[in-house]
Design a protein around this ligand. Structure first.
Ligand code: ZN
Length: 231
């Protein structure tokens, strides 16, 4: 097993659509082992193969709490067979989008089909954190990041909030504060002049195709996130 580097925005590889796996063999299990180790090291509760640059429909997950024994799960070629009309908001984060946390509204229950670590077909119902996590990870397989939803969320926030938040048993720590979106949070922390300089820098680099995450500073990275999210 090996820990692999996790790609972060705005790496264009994260926008790639992942392909179905032909068969679950030892080579694929070695990939899943690496993904799990990488996820535990991060630490995170879910990881899609594209986040380590492999465009295959593979997801690993472990939703066990900090005091519980490890419970790794593997999803190959996952498909959603059915989704509830009822939705739930949940504050999400992503290992590929450092330091940004925001609410995304998704179906609260989904029925899914996938191949497990042994290559056996499984049909299962997911709800709660499991439903949130599998939908978030399956978005990665389509090249979609949770920040792609944030513009719509901002509109939703114009109306009063009535739903209560579900409990969050584990996962990375969330930022708290009086700011409500990635963009506002960013502006809250960074002087406007610095921010606009960063945006100009990202735009310029984008034009010449050099905006890969490893080439730019964190501030510019945040500005790039806002660009991606359509702010
Ligand atoms: Zn993610």
């Amino acid at each position: 097993m090996a820990i692999r580097p996790i790609l972060v925005v705005p790496d264009p590889v994260l926008k790639q659509v992942s392909q179905p796996v032909e068969r679950v063999d030892d080579e694929l299990r070695a990939l899943m082992d690496d993904m799990l180790e990488t996820m535990y090291d991060a630490p995170g509760i879910g990881l899609a193969a594209i986040q380590i640059g492999v465009p295959k429909q593979v997801i690993v997950m472990d939703l066990a709490g900090p005091d519980e024994p490890k419970a790794p799960r593997y999803f190959v070629n996952p498909q959603i067979l059915d989704a509830s009309d009822e939705t739930q908001p949940y504050e999400e984060g992503c290992l590929s989008v450092p330091d940004i946390y925001d609410e995304v509204e998704r179906p609260s229950k989904v029925k899914l089909k996938y191949l497990n670590y042994q290559g056996e077909e499984v049909v299962e119902e997911a709800e709660g954190l499991f439903a949130v996590c599998i939908q978030h990870e399956m978005d990665h397989l389509k090249g979609v990041l949770f920040i792609d939803y944030l513009s719509r969320l901002k509109r939703d926030r114009a109306s009063p909030r009535s739903r209560s938040r579900p409990a969050r048993p584990d996962g990375p720590p969330r930022e708290r504060g009086g700011v409500s979106s990635a963009s506002e949070r960013l502006q809250h922390h960074i002087h406007p002049a610095v921010l606009s300089a960063a945006v100009r820098r990202v735009v310029r680099r984008d034009r010449v195709g050099l905006a890969a995450s490893r080439h730019i500073e964190p501030v510019a990275q945040h500005a790039a996130i806002d660009q991606i999210a359509g702010h």
